[in-house]
Write a protein that binds this ligand. Structure first.
Ligand code: ARG
Length: 581
């Protein structure tokens, strides 16, 4: 099924294809604007144009030629569209069965394709602040989603551990020792924290404000690093280790494991070779002592070597891009990095294309907007750093309070397990649900709410499905013995139709690198489920756990399918799905 991800969609496309002689894969199958109109719609504009007919006429011909299939019951023309109605019973059977078997998503969709995703990629000697987490959660959600579709995913953390900044941190550290020399052994035994390093760096910048002293000294230490000075290298290594230990804690909390940890320091050595190649092609020119390449349509050139001959961010990115191409042969190579770096990536890709790398067209900057906390842009420069550890802890405390309100009888050991899962889930979801490239305001109250458009609401919906199964004392894990004719209510059909959308949603989310598409879908699914489920409050015959064993089993099967889809969807977003909360 190349472009239609369920047999129902495929059947609709084939019905139109058979009647008109076009290819089923060229047809778009959509949802009609209103449910009464039908379950699926195919527009006939393109076919009509190609065949010199009018679209309404084509739609009528298709409807007239239609013969029911296993899954499709009827077709009617509505203006330029053909609207199809599904055979509900057969479709319900298919979708519940596929879901319970874990086969609703097209697992072979990405088979044989490799995607590299550069995400997170923080700078060392700085805390992981709030805005980093946005890129980290987006990258992780994309990695999970591509994996679920069968792609080979390489998650890359391109640690920012090389460059003048790190020379400055070293300079600042030596200053505070007032000239005291340290041996390599002493350096290895130093106890130093990221907090201290960041403070030293900020004070160092402030001290030399409005001069070039800080930069000059930083470059000098970078030169010593690149020349292999033993003490300076040991100090850099120490700062890197300390930083990584702190980052790793956060990655653990988010359940992130990277596949490739080659940071900037891994690539600086390629600078000379890259410069030589550009020189040979006559592309490298001197500008104010530095080496640059002019690019078409760019106001500023791309900087590749400083006047001391040390590499720059762009040089190391050129080397990293070549390495990734050579090592992984990706079909797509994504850089999930904040919008502020758009120029850098545009120039990087242009440079690679200019040097004859055809694969440069497969590289893509996936920009995301900033996160404001308390109305301000969060960044370490702003001083009011919001530490990720603190954000998670505060979210967890808030969640505890809410659980105590709605579910005071939850055993304490369960609360201890679930509160961090939901607190972290709340933070993840608040980062993912808004459109990727939009700036967002992080509002804690909204994020941890159990009933708004929040992560905890989704987790709560999942737990509710699980609790129905527990109350029923009957877990439905397959469609054996389920009579789908018993699911005859429109609200049940609405839930099934939502489930049918899941494959298309995940494919679209990966194609466009937009995890919010999945986030919104899950809210819709939880909403449809809730509409159906709460009908039972007014009309006892519509409850899931009715006395009639056949009706009950059929409804439990649908609940189980919703639960499985919520669980999978949450896992695509990097969120846990506790069974009770
Ligand atoms: N370290 C950079 C930063 O914190 C992000 C690196 C993104 N990845 C890349 N290949 N340039 O802003």
């Amino acid at each position: 099924m190349p472009s239609h991800h369920t047999p129902l969609h495929q059947a609709a496309a084939e019905a139109v294809a058979a009647a008109t002689g076009v290819l089923a894969t060229d047809l778009k199958v959509e949802a009609p604007p209103r449910a009464e109109m039908g379950d699926l719609a195919v527009g006939c504009f393109a076919i009509a144009k190609a065949q010199g007919k009018n679209p309404a006429q084509v739609a009528q011909e298709v409807a007239a030629k239609f013969a029911p299939t296993d899954l499709l019951a009827s077709a009617t023309a509505a203006g330029p569209f053909v609207n199809f109605k599904a055979n509900r019973q057969a479709t319900l059977r298919w979708v519940v069965d596929a879901t319970l078997q874990g086969k609703l998503l097209p697992r072979e969709h990405g088979a044989g394709k490799t995607i590299t995703i550069d995400y997170g990629s923080p700078n060392i000697s700085k805390h992981l602040a709030y805005h980093h987490i946005r890129g980290t959660t987006i990258g992780h959600a994309l990695a999970q989603s591509f994996r679920a579709l069968g792609y080979n995913v390489v998650g890359i953390n391109f640690l920012g551990d090389w460059g003048t900044t790190h020379g400055m941190v070293i300079a600042a550290y030596y200053d505070q020792l007032s000239g005291k020399k340290l041996t390599v052994d002493e350096i290895q035994n130093l106890s130093v924290t990221v907090e201290q390093l960041n403070q030293l760096y900020v004070a160092f910048r402030a001290k030399y404000k409005d001069t070039t002293v800080a930069e000059d000294r930083g470059r000098a230490y970078l030169k010593m690093l690149e020349d292999g000075d033993a003490e300076v290298t040991a100090l850099w290594q120490k700062f890197r280790d300390v930083s990584w230990a702190e980052f790793e804690e956060v990655y653990k909390v988010l359940d992130i494991e990277y596949d490739d940890l080659n940071g900037e320091s891994f690539f600086w050595k390629d600078g000379e070779r890259i410069a030589a190649e550009l020189e040979k092609r006559g592309l490298l020119v001197e500008s104010e002592g530095a080496k640059v390449v002019e690019l078409e349509g760019e106001k500023t050139p791309i900087l590749l070597l400083t006047k001391d001959g040390t590499t720059l961010y762009a040089t190391r990115d050129v080397a990293a891009a070549e390495y990734r191409e050579k090592t992984y042969h990706p079909t797509r190579s994504l850089y999930v990095v904040d919008r502020g770096q758009a120029t850098h990536f545009r120039q990087l890709f242009k440079l690679l294309a200019k040097t004859g790398h055809g694969w440069a067209s497969r590289l893509q900057h996936v920009p995301y907007g900033l996160v404001r906390v308390g109305g301000k842009k969060t960044g370490t420069r702003l001083g009011n750093v919001v530490l990720m550890r603190e954000v998670f802890t505060i979210a967890e405390q808030e969640v505890r309070a809410r659980i105590a309100e709605v579910n005071p009888n939850l055993p304490p050991d369960v609360v201890d397990k679930v509160a961090p899962q939901v607190g972290i889930g709340a933070v993840i979801f608040a980062n993912l649900a808004p459109q990727r490239d939009k700036d967002i305001d992080f509002e804690l109250d909204k994020a941890v709410s159990l009933d708004g458009d929040s992560g905890p609401y989704l987790q709560y919906s999942h737990a509710r499905c699980a609790s129905i199964g527990r109350k029923a004392n009957e877990t439905v894990t397959s469609i054996d013995g389920v009579d789908f004719a018993k699911l005859s209510h429109d609200a049940e059909w609405a839930v099934a139709k939502k489930l049918l959308e899941f494959p298309e949603i995940v494919v679209r989310s990966t194609d466009n690198a937009e995890p919010h598409v999945i986030a919104h879908y899950l809210l819709d699914l939880a909403g449809e489920f809730s509409r159906w489920y709460t009908l039972g409050n007014a009309d006892a015959t519509l409850r899931v756990l009715v006395d009639d064993a056949d009706v009950r089993r059929a409804r439990l099967a649908l609940v189980a399918a919703v639960q499985a889809t919520l669980r999978e969807g949450l896992s695509l977003l990097g969120m846990a799905a506790p069974d009770q909360m």
